[in-house]
Design a protein around this ligand. Sequence first.
Ligand SMILES: Cc1ncc(C[n+]2csc(CCOP(=O)(O)OP(=O)(O)O)c2C)c(N)n1
Ligand SMILES: [Mg+2]
Length: 310
Amino acid sequence: MTLESPPDDVTLYRQMLRIRRFEEKVLASFSSGIFYGTTHTYIGQEADAVGVLACHEEGDIVVSNHRCHGHFLAYGGSMHALAAELMGRATGVTGGRGGSQHVQWKDFYANGILGGTVPLAVGMALAEKSLNTGRVVFAFMGDGTLGEGVVYESLNMASLWSLPVLFVLENNRYAQTTPIQLHLAGEISDRFQAFAIPVAEAETVDVIEVFKLAQEAVVKVRTGEGPQALVLHTYRYGPHSKGDDTRDPEEVLKYRKRDPLQLQANRIDPDLCKRVEVEVETEVDEAFQRAQNDPLADPASLTLPLDPTP
Ligand SMILES: Cc1ncc(C[n+]2csc(CCOP(=O)(O)OP(=O)(O)O)c2C)c(N)n1
Ligand SMILES: [Mg+2]
């Protein structure tokens, strides 16, 4: 299996910009009351989702967490369906039932239970291996997820059974409001290496660098070398959720200056960048407007098929 070139610069820029503008609109609209439930935005981390998921193939599985919008859009999910999902509309990704954290479409699964996603990803990788499908599971998680014991049971099984899974650990340096130096002893990479899972690590906002690292790792997973881990040191520009931000504004500013979008824009003709910008803003506006006019989910559709009542 050979390594391939990354998607072209404009495609990568457009994908990151779609996430950025969508998420900015989500944050700006939240207090107007148009959404049901909560939200966690991905602003600042766009290079991770876009770089990593540029390596996914049809049929591969993506397991995401509470901060899933960027992963979903980079996977190829519909912006309108995501906006509608947040608004509880029948046209949403899961018919308006799941909200921001429980997005499921095709082979994409997101779940708000920290760490609970990791055994699910490993179980799916076991199924794919047993069925000899050649599919890879991409399992995204955050630094705070490393406090969950089930993660380590899952890493052990993934390694022992040589399962086709790529663990993507996005270290945005905070778990909710707790900085990593107050919640994590030792090194992140050691946690994977303790289970003989090879790790590639980068402190970068360069989508092409992320793509190259991810691709090398995915090729190994796909060719049967067993699980691999990618540790991506990043930063979220927005609050953990809507407004809960206790970080030092100086620190936020420092990281805002190394912007994955700006870095990618510098590789593109400015006029072309402007055109992409206008197209993406139109797409976001139309997605939100359409979603707001869609019918709300019918509460009757929430009945589980296994409802025990006669
Ligand atoms: C089992 C569990 N405990 C607590 C929470 C509440 N919670 C939601 S996100 C979060 C912090 C997550 O930090 P991290 O894994 O670093 O991801 P990030 O939010 O930084 O992307 C917490 C504690 C949860 N969703 N699930
Ligand atoms: Mg974090």
